[in-house]
Design a protein around this ligand. Sequence first.
Ligand code: ATP
Length: 309
Amino acid sequence: MASPLPPTPVGVRVRVPAKINLALKVGPRRADGYHPLATVYHAVALYDEVLALWAEPDEFEVAVIGEGAGVVPLDDTNLAVRAARLLARTHGPYDSLGASLSLRKAIPVAAGLAGGSADGAGALLACASLWDLDVSPEALRALAAELGSDVPFALLGGTAVGSGRGEEVVPALARGTYHWVLGFGHGGLSTPAVYRRFDELTPQPVNPEVPDELMNALRTGDPRALGAALVNDLQPAALDLRPQLRQVLEAGLEYGAVGALISGSGPTAAFLAASEPAAIDLAVALSADGLCREVRRASGPVTGARLVI
Ligand code: ATP
């Protein structure tokens, strides 16, 4: 008789997409330090993976490989660890739960693509499944909002309108697939630093609203209309802190992009192409001129955090 197989670690794997903001309208800083936002999130096919394995009770650890792994914190400030601990504390027999998390990052760190938020959302879903917790999607969304403004969208994915500080998300009526080219910057940009510069550059911000033009463009599915409607109130602040980004945006438009903007707080430049072949040409041209650290294509929208079977 064949000898029994060695025990395999029981693990759960989740993949979570990056986001870009098709519109990011920013209002005046609130008393609690946050800025009210009206944003349109769009999930693109660039994924981090979160693997969760059982660990000893009350033991939470994380290992990171891939894009930017060297600068991701490995302590309790890692968003994936915070997510696992929060879930255990609020929905589990806390004393008996632990998790060993492994992150495989493809989303660059501090790039305006919400990579940390993606990992937080991934850890919530992976641990809920690993521990077999009875937690509703609404409860998971509430925990996500507690973890960070972009985390609820990372669970949801697709194209969605975000309000509040970005944590209130509602799916948007959107048609078609869009072909994006992402230009990664050399080094990250700190989100708080970009907001501080926004405050200095914008003495009287108005209450934020998503432009009708953008919502109409999404309903038609026409990339040229969407490209013309892209807007980011944080872009002047990001360009002020990283002036060479202006050159990157201009280069992408010259190479045929139908729209270009800085994603979130930057420094990633997102270019919209008219078609998939146009995106391939654009990516080749941008890679060749060497202005970006790396150039990647990613289509959207894609679904949010999902278990990988
Ligand atoms: P934001 O959501 O603030 O706009 P971003 O997309 O620009 O962020 P992230 O990649 O989420 O940037 O990283 C922001 C910071 O979060 C990093 O500098 C890092 O110190 C911290 N961080 C915590 N956990 C993670 C994680 N799992 N992956 C990446 N960064 C993390």
